[in-house]
Ligand binder design. Sequence first.
Ligand code: SAM
Length: 167
Amino acid sequence: MVRENEIRENEVQIEAPEARDAWLVFIGRIHTPWTSRMETPRQGRHDGPLCEIEIFEPWVPALEGVETFERLEILYWLDRSRRDLVLQSPGNNGEVRGTFSIRSPVRPNPIGTSIVVLEKIEGGRLFVRGLDCLDGTPLIDLKPDRNLFKPIAPPQKGDFEVGDGVQ
Ligand code: SAM
């Protein structure tokens, strides 16, 4: 299911536990050209349409330095998703896959992530390409693409550990 909240052949719905508040705070809103899930890309593309990420106050000063990264990782809350399927049929053909083996927006905690290309920043507004969410989707976080980021904090023990871990 991702189209209109329908349940498809062989999909399995569970009774989702009551939500516990993790004290998430939405730090902004994403503006995209898409108002229907039937039109939104399945995955964003770096040559896709320009989208705007609006950062709310008091978080705008946290953008300091972001302009030095060509690509960013964006985390957003897929707010119009159902959250109660454990088996889903992306192909709508009776074949099902476990929710955690696919990138469907239908998940217990509907967090979407995309790597986007940063085009420009104007105050608290970032203009990017590579998103795949509906207009108005709440923003949870943004950070540099991990492939472009070198930790600034000094290394610690775990950074040098290799080999067997928990068995
Ligand atoms: N790129 C992200 C990821 O892999 O985590 C999201 C991928 S998800 C397959 C993208 C789809 O989620 C879109 O095609 C659309 O159907 C759906 N979607 C986008 N924004 C949504 C929202 N705010 N609420 C519910 N569903 C949304």
